[in-house]
Design a protein around this ligand. Structure first.
Ligand code: EPZ
Length: 432
């Protein structure tokens, strides 16, 4: 059944108890899957989340001649030996923002790229000027015309250079890295982003024989190599999925053990939840969130590049602040506008006002059930949290956004006691 026609129906308002295992990181997986074009050998990628953004990435590879073989639900074998520089279908590329990694990967492999402009969540303007600045610094000529980006370089060779990123950009940092790994000479990316998925992508490329140092810091140095070989590589756990479930435990009350995560990646959220009076206990690769019936304390949050509070946990945190005693503020410093979830939360009785980049939350004892929409991926996960924390039956439409980034969401939540299901039009109104 086509998910985009489904509705998530949740009967909420009860504490949840149990354990949730985190899947592989979406934003590392989409980068690493598209990076496999850089080697002509076979790669096996493990702990790959079975979500639509990853499956679109695999389809994009297939569309340019790459052989993709699924070994099991979370493992694929990718053979790029016969990949050809042809144009990936626009309807695939337009489904997600990460398709722009195809430009860096094709430039690195073929010395040229012709890719449709990316799609993805609507946060207002989402430029790629820094990506282009990096490609041009390496000697590529880049044209953006008619919804496509064309990058070419004389004699098919890129040359190492220094690139200062005017903006801390995850995608820009990764894309320049992809173009630079086989360039002639040394590339230095300054003012690089630090996110764990950048480190994971660099680790994958180094495992293939690249020479990248400094990933995770402000300065990444890449010494170009002639060839990359195949590798078997395991994707790191998804810190945003982990944070979503940690916030869920705080919102619904009860006790949820979120396992298969890297506690260090969660530090900014752990600190905020502790400030709010939520019980947070780290042990090995798990964090247990407990909240008895004490009230949530108000806090102020500002999204920042890693290791600051992640913008991708902004909407989920908005649910918690809506339920915290007193007045809280959340300032969005990464995206021009990431407040589309606010209107949906207000339909459930949240008291929120947005001025510029800051939302002010006046806490309420409880939200009330309503029909709402998932306006984008993380806003959709926030609505699931809100519905599970709210007594009554809440319905969430446009749920395909949610399944772009959350593997087995219904199963994972059902396992901790959630009353959640997906219904489809022909059954939804079939009350007899
Ligand atoms: C990645 O997007 C993530 N997506 C986003 O996660 C995440 O919100 C974002 O990083 C920030 O952490 C993937 O990894 C696929 P950016 P990306 O380039 O790379 C500006 C999710 O929910 N900018 O770091 O597109 C830009 O406008 C998604 O999983 C330029 O000005 O984000 C923004 O204000 C949503 N010029 C800021 O930088 C550029 O050339 C950060 O963007 C590039 C970016």
């Amino acid at each position: 059944m086509e998910l985009s026609k489904g509705t998530i129906v949740i009967s909420g308002g009860k504490p949840l108890y149990g354990e949730i295992s985190v899947s592989g990181m979406k934003n590392a997986a989409v980068a690493i899957v598209l990076s496999t074009i850089l080697t002509e050998d076979k790669c096996v990628i493990e702990n790959l989340p079975d979500i639509s953004d990853v499956n679109v990435s695999l389809e994009i590879l297939r569309s340019i001649g790459v052989k993709v073989r699924r070994l099991d639900k979370n493992t694929v074998e990718i053979d790029s030996s016969v990949a050809a520089p042809c144009v990936a279908p626009f309807e695939l590329v337009n489904k997600m923002r990460a398709s722009y990694y195809l430009i860096g990967a094709e430039l690195g492999r073929f010395g040229r790229a012709f890719v449709g402009l990316p799609g993805g969540c609507d946060f207002g303007v989402r430029p790629i000027d820094q990506h282009i600045k990096g490609f041009e610094a390496l000697g590529a000529e880049v044209k953006v015309d008619g919804g496509y980006i064309e990058a070419t370089c004389a004699d098919g060779t890129l040359y190492g250079n220094s690139v200062y990123m005017d903006v801390v950009t995850v995608g820009g940092t990764i894309n320049v890295m992809l173009a630079a790994v086989k360039a002639e000479g040394i590339t230095v990316i300054e003012n690089a982003a630090h996110e764990p998925h950048i480190v994971d992508t660099a680790n994958f490329l180094n495992a293939c024989g690249a020479e990248i140092s400094g990933a995770g810091t402000d300065v990444i140095k890449i010494r170009g190599v002639k060839k990359l070989h195949g590798v078997t590589y395991t994707i790191i756990p998804d810190m945003i999925e982990a944070g979503t479930f940690m916030i869920l435990g705080a919102a619904t009350g009860g006790s949820i053990r979120v396992k298969n995560l890297i506690p260090k990646h969660m530090d900014s959220l752990t600190a905020k939840l502790s400030e709010m009076g939520v019980g947070v206990e780290e042990e090995g690769d798990a964090i247990t969130i407990t909240r008895k019936n004490e009230e949530l304390q108000h806090v102020n949050v500002k999204t920042q590049p890693y290791p600051g509070f992640p913008t991708d946990l902004h909407p989920q945190m908005g649910v918690l602040l809506s339920l915290a005693k007193g007045t809280s503020h959340l300032t969005e410093n990464i995206w021009e506008s990431r407040f589309r979830y606010v209107e949906e939360l207000k339909r459930m009785g949240a008291q929120i006002s947005v001025t510029g980049r800051t939302a002010e939350f006046t806490g309420v004892p409880s939200l009330h059930a309503a029909s709402v929409r998932a306006v984008d991926l993380r806003a959709g996960s926030a609505m699931v949290i809100a519905a599970l924390a709210t007594p009554g039956v809440t319905e969430i439409e446009e749920i395909h956004h949610i399944f772009r980034g959350y593997e087995d969401l219904i199963e994972k939540l059902t396992a901790v006691g959630a009353d959640i299901k997906v219904v489809y039009p022909e059954t939804k109104y079939n009350v007899f």
